[in-house]
Design a protein around this ligand. Structure first.
Ligand code: HEM
Length: 304
């Protein structure tokens, strides 16, 4: 059972949840709220129209949390667009690669700053509004950054198939959860995977179902840098990788601060995520390990 549920008795009108049930009753549709409903399509920056579950000071913290999430998604969008566009060119000048790497580092800095700002949320506020993210979906999956297709997309553009060499779990997570991803981001992610990978038969049928098309082999950012064998490019790639890893590390720290630490009574206690993960500590730790291992693969390049 979710530990946060004990907090449900605190006053919180749960407006969004009630409206969701009413609308679904009227339309005779299942009660469902996806990541894209609450983060991407939600007019969060318009005070009168922003949708959230809690009111008062809890609602203010919840709104801040949702806004930061949305800001991060908005930062990823141009980064992914520029990266895809650059990587699809037939010939890419070293100057263009440098420009891309510098831009990506800059954007990642902004993403990390945004993520870090979530420290401002009081832990008890987080625990209160978090429980509403569970309740509104079938399959016991609720709103979670786990369904941020763009976070995975950029990592694939950076490291490509190396991710699957290190841990197939990275891709099975994507394939298993794809139906919860924002549609417009999912289609772009599928194209990028199709364009870069030799896929297993199951993965291929998954992709074929979602977006039939011909496969072509495009490079990843890492491969492009290796092809160019330039010291400055290697250094920039290492810096970008460091930023992407920092995002994962800060994110793990957030899960620790807001979910694990306040609830852990015994070393053996495990906690579920709103995205349906049953042991978040193990799962998020495995993410850090994947990135550490890839970092080691590329570490020697800096000394060439
Ligand atoms: C207080 C802030 C946050 C906490 C406590 C938190 C917690 C979690 C938890 C527990 C999971 C495990 C999966 C599940 O939900 O079942 C997860 C996964 C994930 N979250 Fe968050 N999250 C936070 C903010 C964010 C933000 C702002 C993003 C940005 C889009 C994000 C992106 C992700 C991603 C990509 C995953 C998949 C695992 C990974 O690749 O590391 N999270 N998060």
């Amino acid at each position: 059972m979710y530990h946060a549920i004990t907090l449900i008795e605190q006053p919180c009108p749960d407006i969004l949840n009630q409206s969701l049930h009413k609308v679904s009753e009227l339309l005779q549709l299942p009660v469902m709220l996806l990541y894209e409903d609450l983060i991407l399509f939600n007019p969060l920056f318009n005070e009168n129209e922003a949708r959230h579950f809690c009111t008062g000071k809890y609602g203010a913290s919840e709104l801040f949390f949702l806004k930061v999430h949305k800001t991060i998604e908005e930062l990823f969008e141009p980064l992914i667009e520029t990266t895809c566009k650059t990587l699809s060119r037939f010939y890419i000048k070293p100057f263009t690669i440098k420009k891309l790497l510098k831009k990506a580092i800059e954007i990642y800095d902004e993403i990390i700053r945004s993520l870090f700002s979530l420290h401002l949320i009081p832990v008890d506020h987080f625990q209160l509004f978090r429980q509403y993210f569970y309740s509104s979906q079938k399959d016991s999956k609720g709103v979670s950054g786990r369904f941020s297709a763009q976070t995975f997309h950029f990592r694939i553009l950076l490291d490509g198939q190396d991710l699957s060499k290190i841990d197939l779990g990275f891709f099975s997570d994507i394939f298993n959860n794809a139906k919860y991803y924002p549609r417009k981001h999912l289609n772009k992610l599928i194209s990028s995977v199709q364009e870069r990978f030799l896929l297993s038969p199951e993965d291929k049928s998954f992709l074929a179902k979602n977006k039939p098309g011909k496969e072509k082999v495009l490079k990843t950012i890492s491969e492009l840098v290796i092809d160019n064998a330039d010291k400055e490019l290697y250094a920039l790639l290492a810096e970008l990788r460091h930023k992407a890893d920092k995002f994962t590390a800060v994110h793990f720290e957030m899960a620790h601060r807001f979910i694990i630490k306040p609830n852990k009574l015994q070393a053996s206690d495990t906690f579920s995520g709103t995205g349906g993960e049953i042991d978040i500590e193990k799962y998020l730790d495995s993410r850090i390990n994947i990135h550490k291992k890839i970092g080691k693969l590329y570490a020697n390049l800096n000394y060439l």
